[in-house]
Design a protein around this ligand. Structure first.
Ligand SMILES: [Zn+2]
Length: 511
């Protein structure tokens, strides 16, 4: 949030008042000379290429605890491509098959908006702290939750996206310092399904154009697919532009009802004290940020994927900066502020661990996971199988479950096309493995009709319809599993909505 909202005054504003507001938009103390606008110091910040090199080096140094995949995906018409690095870190040692059900799963997402490049520096800091427990210990030694953090650290799987939006990031590095959206002008944090396409009166397409339909953008599509497979207990979407700790909802001015949500709210207040000098706005994004946002990752992940702890952290902002002085608005420009921010917020990603393990919603999900793991890999000499739970089972006694759904992806080694099969809900993971072991290779042979793939994907996501589709190629470093995911849209494929009434002063969006 960069500007005070002026929406209440928009109707029938007298000319004089309008002029006054136009002047008030830019306080006189703020420099408006473009020559004085801040530029990134590339000795302090890492370029995209540097960042990727550092991440790759870190992963290569730690094969027992870190793994990286780079997912590439293209839009339905094939004209736009995106590439996303995904790093998995398990300080207790990488699981080769199913992630143990008693491990906490956290998903940290950085670099969703091009101009917020400080967030990717924070991703590097978190990865450095994950590289060795000595580094972590040094960095958090004065934290009041130190012992709880270290205890939980070994029982956690971290899923980290250092740069979600490579396309937007390249534009920023080429000098378009105000670019927020992806490589083709879509805000990927408005491209999710829940409440997609709803426009507020102050909707500004140059800041938050949501795309032609939900998941039209490969960045959002890939994240959705990864989240559906990983099923995190905690999701943190990291942004800059102000200082805030947000939880759902973004599209309403309220937090969800229920004790799990109020527990999360109190945890945000703790994080505010520990890591934001009690300066952060805390609460629902839709209320605290000053505008409502529709089709956001946070609201979709909370409402549709059922992730119990969903947060958006805004780690820095100079809200008084000139509208066009974007680098200053979103990123620290001096070394002291830069280092202090990384130190303070870097710790916050670890302070989350003991909070999460005591969250009631997380605990009950873990209980369900003990019955049926959320995702598992099985291998045999000629084929691999990935089973992903797509619908929560109702917890039953013993090892049997009822009411859950699973998606299984089989692939013969050497064949890039997988075969999708919906498995009966009553099977436990042990049964998947048994079935797979005894399955004749002809059954694993891919079905070549694309419609069938769409139908299976629809089943898995509980939707109907057909039309847009997108292919995603995964390169699993250890399994070389090739997955082709197909997304089908029903009646959502609507034309562009670039027309808008822009009636109040322009505001830079943050989350
Ligand atoms: Zn942002």
């Amino acid at each position: 949030m960069a500007r005070p909202t002026m929406a209440p005054l928009r109707i029938g504003i007298p000319l004089l008042l309008g002029l006054l507001l136009a002047v008030a938009r830019v306080p006189p103390s703020v420099a408006s000379d473009p020559n004085t606008f801040a530029k990134p110091n590339w000795d302090m910040y890492n370029s995209y290429d540097n960042t990727m090199q550092r991440v790759a080096d870190m992963v290569a140094r730690n094969p027992k605890t870190m793994r990286m995949r780079t997912v590439t995906a293209s839009s339905i018409e094939g004209s736009y491509k995106a590439r996303m690095p995904l790093v998995v870190v398990e300080p207790g040692g990488l699981s080769s098959g199913t992630v143990p059900a008693d491990k906490l799963r956290v998903f940290y997402n950085f670099g969703e908006h091009g101009r917020e490049i400080i967030t990717t520096e924070l991703a590097l800091r978190v990865l450095e702290m994950l590289e060795s427990v000595e580094t972590l210990t040094t960095r958090i030694k004065f934290h009041e939750k130190f012992h709880e953090i270290i205890a939980q650290y070994y029982k956690t799987v971290f899923y980290i996206v250092p740069v979600e939006n490579e396309g937007g990031r390249h534009k920023v590095e080429a000098g378009e310092l105000c670019e927020r959206k992806n490589g083709r002008g879509v805000d990927t944090n408005r491209n999710w399904e829940l409440d997609w396409g709803v426009k507020e009166r102050d909707y500004d397409p140059s800041e938050e154009y949501p795309g032609n339909f939900p998941y039209s953008e490969p960045e959002a599509f890939v994240l959705h697919a990864e989240l559906a497979a990983f099923k995190p207990h905690v999701w943190v979407n990291v942004h800059s532009g102000m200082e805030a700790l947000f939880m759902p909802y973004d599209h309403k001015r309220e937090i969800p009802s229920g004790s799990d949500a109020s527990q999360l709210y109190h945890m945000l207040e703790m994080l505010n004290r520990w890591h934001c000098k009690s300066k952060c706005a805390v609460g629902s994004g839709g209320k605290e940020v000053g505008y409502r946002a529709h089709g956001t990752a946070t609201d979709t992940i909370y409402t549709q994927l059922g992730v119990p702890m969903v947060m958006t952290w805004e780690v820095y902002g100079v809200t008084s900066a000139h509208y066009d002085d974007c680098f200053r608005m979103f990123n620290p420009t001096d070394r002291h502020a830069f280092d202090e921010l990384l130190d303070r917020w870097g710790q916050a990603f670890f302070a989350v661990l003991p909070l999460a393990s005591s969250h009631n919603g997380v605990q009950s999900q873990m209980q369900r996971d003990r019955v049926v793991p959320t995702s598992a890999f099985y291998e045999r000499s000629d084929a691999v199988l990935q089973v992903t739970r797509t619908v929560e089972p109702k917890v039953q006694t013993g090892s049997s479950t009822e009411g859950g759904n699973h998606q299984a992806v089989y692939r013969l080694r050497g064949d890039p096309t997988p075969s999708y099969t919906k498995l009966p809900s009553y099977l436990g993971s042990h049964n998947f493995h048994q079935t797979f072991r005894n399955m004749p290779p002809t059954r694993i042979q891919p079905k070549r009709q694309e419609e069938e793939d769409i139908a299976h994907r629809d089943d898995a996501l509980g939707r109907r319809g057909g039309g847009a589709r997108m292919r995603v190629a995964h390169a699993f470093d250890h399994l070389q599993l090739q997955t082709v995911a197909v997304w089908a849209m029903g009646t959502f494929a609507i034309g562009t909505m670039l027309t808008s009434r822009r009636s109040s002063g322009p505001k830079r969006r943050v989350g």
